[in-house]
Design a protein around this ligand. Structure first.
Ligand SMILES: [Cu+2]
Length: 144
Protein backbone atom coordinates (compact mmCIF):
# COMPACT_ATOMS: atom_id res chain seq x y z
CA UNK A 1 0.00 0.00 0.00
CA UNK A 2 2.77 2.42 0.89
CA UNK A 3 4.45 1.72 -2.43
CA UNK A 4 1.28 2.59 -4.29
CA UNK A 5 0.95 5.88 -2.40
CA UNK A 6 4.58 6.70 -3.09
CA UNK A 7 4.05 5.93 -6.76
CA UNK A 8 1.03 8.23 -6.89
CA UNK A 9 2.89 11.05 -5.13
CA UNK A 10 5.83 10.68 -7.51
CA UNK A 11 3.52 10.74 -10.51
CA UNK A 12 1.78 13.87 -9.22
CA UNK A 13 5.07 15.69 -8.62
CA UNK A 14 6.34 14.80 -12.09
CA UNK A 15 3.08 16.02 -13.60
CA UNK A 16 3.34 19.29 -11.68
CA UNK A 17 6.92 19.99 -12.62
CA UNK A 18 6.34 19.26 -16.29
CA UNK A 19 3.36 21.63 -16.42
CA UNK A 20 5.66 24.42 -15.23
CA UNK A 21 8.54 23.57 -17.53
CA UNK A 22 9.83 26.04 -20.05
CA UNK A 23 9.08 28.78 -17.59
CA UNK A 24 11.01 31.77 -16.41
CA UNK A 25 9.02 34.25 -14.37
CA UNK A 26 9.67 37.79 -13.20
CA UNK A 27 7.41 38.21 -10.20
CA UNK A 28 6.66 41.40 -8.27
CA UNK A 29 8.40 43.58 -10.84
CA UNK A 30 8.77 47.14 -9.56
CA UNK A 31 10.42 49.95 -11.50
CA UNK A 32 10.69 53.38 -9.96
CA UNK A 33 10.21 56.54 -11.95
CA UNK A 34 13.52 58.46 -11.95
CA UNK A 35 13.74 61.28 -9.43
CA UNK A 36 13.08 64.74 -10.83
CA UNK A 37 16.12 65.85 -12.78
CA UNK A 38 17.57 62.35 -12.98
CA UNK A 39 17.59 59.92 -15.89
CA UNK A 40 18.62 56.90 -13.83
CA UNK A 41 16.51 54.58 -11.75
CA UNK A 42 16.33 51.10 -10.29
CA UNK A 43 14.03 48.11 -10.54
CA UNK A 44 13.38 45.04 -8.45
CA UNK A 45 11.88 41.63 -9.13
CA UNK A 46 12.08 37.99 -8.19
CA UNK A 47 13.27 35.80 -11.06
CA UNK A 48 12.43 32.09 -11.00
CA UNK A 49 13.64 29.39 -13.35
CA UNK A 50 11.69 26.18 -13.86
CA UNK A 51 12.86 25.43 -17.39
CA UNK A 52 14.62 22.23 -16.37
CA UNK A 53 18.04 23.72 -17.13
CA UNK A 54 20.34 26.44 -15.88
CA UNK A 55 19.71 29.69 -17.72
CA UNK A 56 21.54 32.97 -17.92
CA UNK A 57 20.12 36.38 -18.60
CA UNK A 58 22.18 37.45 -21.57
CA UNK A 59 20.80 40.94 -22.09
CA UNK A 60 18.06 43.31 -21.00
CA UNK A 61 17.03 46.28 -23.09
CA UNK A 62 14.26 48.86 -22.83
CA UNK A 63 12.72 51.23 -25.39
CA UNK A 64 12.64 53.89 -22.66
CA UNK A 65 16.29 53.66 -21.54
CA UNK A 66 19.56 53.58 -23.45
CA UNK A 67 21.17 51.15 -20.99
CA UNK A 68 19.76 48.45 -18.72
CA UNK A 69 22.15 46.55 -16.46
CA UNK A 70 21.96 44.14 -13.59
CA UNK A 71 24.01 45.39 -10.66
CA UNK A 72 25.05 44.02 -7.33
CA UNK A 73 25.61 46.27 -4.34
CA UNK A 74 28.64 45.27 -2.30
CA UNK A 75 30.08 46.84 0.82
CA UNK A 76 33.84 47.22 0.59
CA UNK A 77 35.63 48.76 3.60
CA UNK A 78 32.35 50.32 4.66
CA UNK A 79 31.73 51.86 1.26
CA UNK A 80 28.80 50.64 -0.83
CA UNK A 81 29.47 50.26 -4.50
CA UNK A 82 27.70 48.68 -7.41
CA UNK A 83 29.19 46.06 -9.66
CA UNK A 84 27.73 45.16 -13.03
CA UNK A 85 26.73 41.52 -13.43
CA UNK A 86 27.42 40.64 -17.05
CA UNK A 87 25.39 37.43 -17.08
CA UNK A 88 23.04 36.54 -14.27
CA UNK A 89 22.97 32.76 -13.86
CA UNK A 90 19.87 31.07 -12.43
CA UNK A 91 19.99 27.36 -11.74
CA UNK A 92 17.00 25.18 -12.49
CA UNK A 93 14.30 25.39 -9.81
CA UNK A 94 16.06 28.37 -8.24
CA UNK A 95 15.05 31.99 -7.76
CA UNK A 96 17.17 35.11 -7.66
CA UNK A 97 15.82 38.13 -5.80
CA UNK A 98 16.62 41.58 -7.12
CA UNK A 99 15.95 43.72 -4.08
CA UNK A 100 17.02 46.98 -2.43
CA UNK A 101 20.56 46.68 -1.05
CA UNK A 102 21.35 43.64 -3.18
CA UNK A 103 21.15 42.74 -6.82
CA UNK A 104 18.98 45.14 -8.80
CA UNK A 105 18.06 46.35 -12.24
CA UNK A 106 19.71 49.64 -13.15
CA UNK A 107 17.96 51.65 -15.82
CA UNK A 108 20.34 54.27 -17.14
CA UNK A 109 20.01 57.25 -19.45
CA UNK A 110 16.27 57.57 -20.00
CA UNK A 111 15.51 58.60 -23.56
CA UNK A 112 12.94 61.10 -22.31
CA UNK A 113 11.46 62.25 -19.02
CA UNK A 114 9.59 59.36 -17.40
CA UNK A 115 6.69 60.19 -15.18
CA UNK A 116 4.93 58.10 -12.59
CA UNK A 117 2.45 55.69 -14.17
CA UNK A 118 4.21 55.57 -17.51
CA UNK A 119 4.62 52.06 -18.81
CA UNK A 120 8.18 50.74 -18.84
CA UNK A 121 9.02 47.86 -21.15
CA UNK A 122 11.87 45.44 -20.65
CA UNK A 123 13.03 42.96 -23.28
CA UNK A 124 14.89 40.09 -21.65
CA UNK A 125 17.06 37.74 -23.70
CA UNK A 126 17.71 34.37 -22.13
CA UNK A 127 20.39 31.82 -22.92
CA UNK A 128 17.77 29.33 -24.12
CA UNK A 129 16.95 31.73 -27.01
CA UNK A 130 13.75 32.75 -25.27
CA UNK A 131 12.88 36.45 -25.35
CA UNK A 132 10.54 37.86 -22.74
CA UNK A 133 8.66 41.14 -22.90
CA UNK A 134 7.89 42.61 -19.51
CA UNK A 135 5.96 45.75 -18.77
CA UNK A 136 5.04 47.60 -15.62
CA UNK A 137 4.06 51.18 -14.82
CA UNK A 138 6.78 53.30 -13.24
CA UNK A 139 5.94 53.89 -9.60
CA UNK A 140 6.90 56.72 -7.29
CA UNK A 141 9.70 56.06 -4.83
CA UNK A 142 7.70 57.92 -2.24
CA UNK A 143 4.35 56.15 -2.54
CA UNK A 144 5.04 53.41 -0.04
CU1 LIG B 1 23.02 49.92 -9.63
Amino acid sequence: MQKIILFILTTISIACSSSQSDNVTFDDLVIYAPRAGSSVTAGFTNISNSTGETITIDAITSPQFNIVEIHETIINNGVAKMLKIEKLIIDNDESVALKPGGKHLMLIDAKKVIIEGEEINLIVELSNDQTMNLKTPAVSRFSN
